[in-house]
Ligand binder design. Structure first.
Ligand code: PGA
Ligand code: ZN
Length: 426
């Protein structure tokens, strides 16, 4: 195994025009890897810390300290070491010394950790997905945003992501075609009704709705307008991101003027799932409400995928605890919530060991980096969530999957319904 020759970071810019960290790793022998850190806007309180400089420069979002941590202590510790993912990810944890990378910055460690994966794949002369694959792997089912709300659209709706899924498509290309049709139909519908007011952070239409439920009915109509059958061809997936509006002991839905206790929130989401073709619901209750998550999983987890994002923060121990409590049947995996590739992979394995489904996910702040397209496929996640069907930081990842499909050749298989939890398959 070759050794690390150099580690270097720089500041680049993300899709919100904010600074982020990009890292380069060169191995002795010449193999090279590069990756950039993404950034969330609706972050879980238990995720790895995104180290920002604060102050007035760049609105406080500067990453000079995180870049200096890569070029200083991380580079010093890495150079000359064997290029081993697990060992070097463990070294990052050791150098940091905190449980959430608050000293070095999760944005510094995730860029370095992913750059190392790329360098290792380059050394093996394989595309990253193939380097990561352990046996036969499938192309994931895309979860694609049509309307963006919550923290990504000035809190115009309380629900953060109104997405669609096409698990019954014959292949990935067809899933994209159908989604593109729905995305355009939704935009046209909004324009016809004089409700079109731009796009949100992840490229979905800005949700000009009278209520959260109006978003559900508008999306159902958009699926029909595009020529597809809601609940047969195309399904709805929601990221409610409810921790964002859980305040002072209640779910405060600003758009609906409602203040709900936990049981009422569960009832609301259950009602939506009964009235609309909803296949998946993410973070329906707040991040530490394990009993409530277990309750909603017991109520509707037999037909709806219940996803933990802020609730699980890509942490293997939290996944195990949730699985033991009967909370969730799917884990959202975001590498930067974990801070390293190895920690994210451990969370993914914990979810699979529990018999859950898995979604590899982007953040609302992204770059042209397409590492997660390779992770979603190479780790055989089964599902992949990147935001909408617009904006190049999103399309770069969808397009990367198409190239992976081509590289798979005759072996290419689309996870389809098999990417979802067994109970919810149609
Ligand atoms: P974030 O949101 O990247 O802004 O945290 C994405 C999500 O909640 O899935
Ligand atoms: Zn989420």
């Amino acid at each position: 195994m070759s050794r690390i020759q150099s580690v270097k970071a720089r500041q680049i810019w993300d899709s919100r025009g904010r600074p982020t960290v990009e890292a380069d790793i060169r191995l002795e022998g010449g193999a090279f890897g590069r990756a950039a850190a993404p950034a969330g806007a609706s972050r879980g309180i238990h995720e790895a810390i995104d180290l920002r400089d604060g102050g007035t420069k760049f609105g406080g979002f500067g990453v000079d300290k995180a870049v200096a941590n890569v070029n200083g202590p991380i580079a010093k510790a890495f150079v000359g070491k064997h290029a081993d993912q697990e060992a070097l990810d463990a070294l990052l944890s050791e150098l940091d010394g905190t449980p959430n990378f608050s000293r070095l910055g999760g944005n510094a460690t995730v860029a370095v950790s992913l750059a190392l994966s790329h360098a290792l794949a380059d050394a093996a002369e394989k595309p990253l997905w193939k380097y990561l694959a352990n046996g036969k792997v499938r192309l994931p089912v895309p979860e694609i945003q049509i309307f963006g709300g919550g923290a990504h659209a000035g809190r115009r709706t309380d629900i953060q992501d109104f997405m669609v899924m096409v698990p019954g498509a014959e292949n990935l290309r067809r899933a994209f075609e159908i989604t593109g049709d729905v995305y355009r139909a939704a935009g046209a519908l909004m324009a016809d009704e004089n409700r079109l007011s731009g796009t949100a952070d992840e490229g979905g239409w800005w949700p000009n709705f009278d209520s959260n439920e109006d978003g559900l009915s508008t999306l159902t109509r958009a699926i029909e307008k595009a020529g597809y059958k809601p609940g047969q061809d195309v399904f709805i997936s929601l990221d409610i991101a409810s921790s964002e509006f859980y305040r002072e002991g209640a779910y405060q839905l600003g758009l609906d003027g409602a203040r709900l206790d936990t049981d009422a929130m569960i009832e609301l989401v259950t009602g939506w799932c009964n009235r609309y073709p909803i296949l998946s619901v993410e973070d329906p209750v707040a991040q530490d409400h394990i009993e409530a998550m277990a309750k909603i999983t017991a109520a509707i987890g037999g037909k709806v995928q219940i996803v933990g994002d802020d609730f699980l923060v890509t942490d293997a121990a939290r996944v195990k605890r949730a699985a033991d409590a009967g909370a969730c049947n799917c884990a959202l995996i975001k590498v930067n919530q974990a801070g390293t590739v190895s920690r994210a992979h451990a969370a993914l394995r914990a979810a699979k060991d529990a018999g859950w489904a898995v979604i590899v996910s982007a953040r609302s702040g992204e770059t042209e980096d397409v590492s997660i397209a390779h992770l979603s496929t190479g780790w055989d996640a089964g599902q992949f969530k990147v935001g909408s069907f617009a904006r190049s930081e999103r399309m770069a990842k969808w397009n990367a999957l198409l190239r992976i499909e081509e590289e798979m050749g005759d072996d290419a298989t689309f996870a389809g319904w098999g990417g979802l939890p067994a109970l919810v398959r149609r």
